[in-house]
Design a protein. Structure first.
Length: 369
């Protein structure tokens, strides 16, 4: 999800003038107003603090977390969260080609739109990611860590997703058969895949979802053992369970209810412009509302599980015009949300009008921590 975009840093002169929009009304239920994609150090000019921009949390890729960054966050009195890549480390395949997802034809499945996933049952890859997850938590006093790319081999972050059926490697098929007590014939890989996607589809889909949920369970155990005060969240596909013929479970292997038992925060990614809804920011609110209903989250302060959507203000795919900023933030922060995250700093730092509008909305919410 993290993009690297060359930009020219704009000099910002932000004032908090009134905006004739309901988005500026106080929203006392919003606890977190965050930016994603790097620490916005450029805002700390002329004695400014992040609180002056309404920002009280920052999300940074786990590889970018340093002791200096933790200290800087503490100086600014903002919470620092790490984004952790689970199933999208393509470099791992260079020395471990057996970790590549296999398609219905028994061959390695090409990366759709160059998005390279990894087989979730590969034991060495799983240990590799768990070890890295634990290292981040052990070495850095962060406030939380968010899973990212936690889905099957697919390219869904676009208006026309590509979601091939995987993984049909020997390891996955043997593990499925053993764990579900499903007898499979000695047949070609194409014939076995047809059975799994036909006669045994329900069992196959549930098993695939269970594999990814078990990763989340183990992440939770590591968090509890290593840094129990840190929150565990996930950035996830914003679709409901009927979108794209049920692809959330059927293709991406995401069972939100099951994963939620191990998580503290759900962060759906309703990037309206990227996903073909550039003229309908209200789509953001509809997806967040569905998630609340699906997961039984009302947005009350005493609930264990929270929703903090991450919404698109930077241009990716269709442009997000400055005039949409208020609507995007209003729909993203409506109940049952308890926080709001903005995607992404790398694309916003050179767009002062959007930053000003974001700031006006953020400062109208509760005072920054």
């Amino acid at each position: 999800m993290l993009l690297t975009i060359p930009v020219c840093i704009a000099v910002l002169s932000l004032t908090h003038g009134p905006i004739a929009n309901a988005a500026q009304q106080a929203q006392p239920w919003i606890e977190v107003r965050a930016v994603y994609g790097g620490f916005p150090a450029e805002l700390l000019r002329d004695g400014k603090r992040l609180a002056d921009f309404g920002i009280n949390a920052v999300f940074v890729g786990s590889d970018g977390i340093t002791a200096e960054l933790v200290a800087k966050a503490r100086q600014q009195n903002v919470r620092l969260f790490a984004e952790f890549n689970t199933l999208h480390v393509p470099s791992y395949l260079k020395e471990h080609p057996d970790a590549a997802p296999v398609g219905t034809d028994g061959k390695i499945c090409p990366p759709p739109h160059d998005w390279q996933g990894v087989c979730p049952t590969h034991p060495a890859y799983r240990r590799f990611r768990m070890d890295q997850f634990q290292r981040v938590l052990r070495e850095h006093a962060i406030d939380g860590i968010w899973l990212d790319y936690h889905h099957s081999h697919a390219s869904w972050e676009r208006d026309e997703p590509a979601m091939p059926d995987t993984c049909f490697c020997d390891r996955c098929i043997e593990q499925f058969s053993r764990e579900t007590a499903t007898a499979l014939p000695q047949a070609s890989r194409a014939e076995v895949a047809a059975l799994l996607l036909g006669k045994h589809r329900g069992t196959w889909v549930q098993w695939r979802c269970g594999v990814l949920t078990d990763w989340v369970r183990q992440f939770r155990e590591i968090r509890d053992q290593t840094r129990p005060g840190a929150l565990l969240g996930t950035f996830h596909c914003p679709w409901n369970e009927t979108d794209y013929q049920g692809a959330l479970r059927e293709k991406l292997a995401i069972d939100l209810k099951a994963q939620a038992a191990h998580l503290d925060v759900l962060s759906p990614m309703p990037y309206h412009a990227r996903f073909g809804h550039h003229a309908d920011p209200a789509w953001i609110g509809r997806q967040v509302a569905w998630l609340g209903q699906h997961a039984g989250i009302k947005g009350d302060a005493n609930e264990r599980l929270k929703i903090w959507p991450i919404v698109q203000l930077a241009d990716w795919g269709q442009q997000v015009p400055p005039e949409q900023v208020e609507a995007v933030l209003r729909h993203g922060s409506a109940r049952p949300a308890r926080g709001i995250i903005v995607f992404h700093w790398g694309g916003l730092r050179s767009q002062p009008e959007k930053l000003k509008r974001m700031t006006d909305c953020f400062v109208a919410m509760p005072p920054a921590r």
